[in-house]
Design a protein around this ligand. Structure first.
Ligand SMILES: NC(=O)c1ccc[n+]([C@@H]2O[C@H](COP(=O)([O-])OP(=O)(O)OC[C@H]3O[C@@H](n4cnc5c(N)ncnc54)[C@H](O)[C@@H]3O)[C@@H](O)[C@H]2O)c1
Length: 244
């Protein structure tokens, strides 16, 4: 199948976890993908493994100048950008009392300001290709409360998605948010968290946490022309967790 044939995509946080899963599926479906991440070794290794349609570039998503360079390099390598997946992010599990101003501003920069910078940076390139699709990875914590800082930024991503979708629709640029539940990635799976995850899975209607690939299928749909009439919308992939 080639549901992304001829599409040029930038996937942030593409070196590991859900981002790497999106990269693999996009390549399988015919896209050319720029893997943009701070993790150089993992990102370069993935690009080498996937062949000439995948390239790695170092990107710190919090830096506007770095974003411009990434868009320029992507155009140089593959042509105008058609798809941006704003996937890079961090979690923070501190109480409000434990969270310092520095902690708070850091998560804001990585999870929220980065999404603004990414969307703004790809607009000129997407206009050259007469449109595009931006997929912003939020969380179920963009719909219901969770940890301080993380929840705040993921609600913001949901709102920014709608504002950007309204502002960019006339260019044929669609913007949607994805809200994953609990997904097995290095962000949540650590040696000391395995038992807690198993226990938590009992509260998920589907009875289990998800594999990254189950989110990639949704991201693929939103990135492809199959979702041509969807913009400014929220897409939940959570095994029924927020339906309760
Ligand atoms: N895992 C989950 O259960 C879950 C649930 C809902 C939403 N999410 C969201 O999905 C996205 C991917 O998370 P994941 O679970 O794959 O996590 P992960 O930690 O496995 O991957 C995150 C990636 O983002 C990159 N990254 C972090 N800071 C960066 C920066 N400043 N510049 C560039 N890259 C940076 C990391 O290097 C890493 O490759 C995140 O936005 C996360 O908030 C995750």
């Amino acid at each position: 199948m080639s549901r992304l044939n001829g599409k040029v995509a930038i996937i942030t946080g593409g070196a590991r976890g859900m981002g790497a899963s999106h990269v693999r599926l996009f390549i399988k479906e015919g896209a050319k993908v720029m893997i943009a991440d701070i993790l150089e070794q993992e990102g370069q290794a993935l690009a080498n493994e996937l062949g000439e349609n995948a390239k790695f570039i170092k990107l710190d998503v919090t830096k506007g100048a770095n974003w411009e360079e990434v868009v320029a390099e992507t155009e140089k390598a593959f042509g105008p950008v058609n798809v941006l997946v704003n996937n890079a992010g961090i979690s923070m599990n501190k109480s409000i009392e434990e969270t310092s101003e520095e902690d708070y501003r850091r998560i804001l920069d990585i999870n929220q300001v980065s999404v603004f910078l990414g969307m703004k940076s790809v607009i000129p390139s997407m206009k050259k290709g007469n449109g595009g699709s931006i997929v912003n990875i939020s969380s179920i914590n963009g719909l219901v409360g969770g940890a301080i800082g993380y929840t705040d930024t993921k609600f913001a991503v949901r709102g920014m998605t709608k504002a950007a979708a309204l502002g960019l629709a006339h260019y044929g640029i669609r913007v949607n948010s994805v809200h994953p539940g609990v997904i097995e990635t290095p962000m949540i799976v650590q040696e000391d968290s395995k038992d807690a995850i198993k226990e938590f899975a009992k509260y998920i209607p589907s009875g289990r946490v998800a594999k990254p690939e189950e989110v990639s299928n949704l991201v693929l749909f939103l990135s492809s022309d199959e979702s041509s009439y969807s913009t400014g919308s929220e897409f939940v992939v959570d095994g029924g967790l927020t339906a309760q």
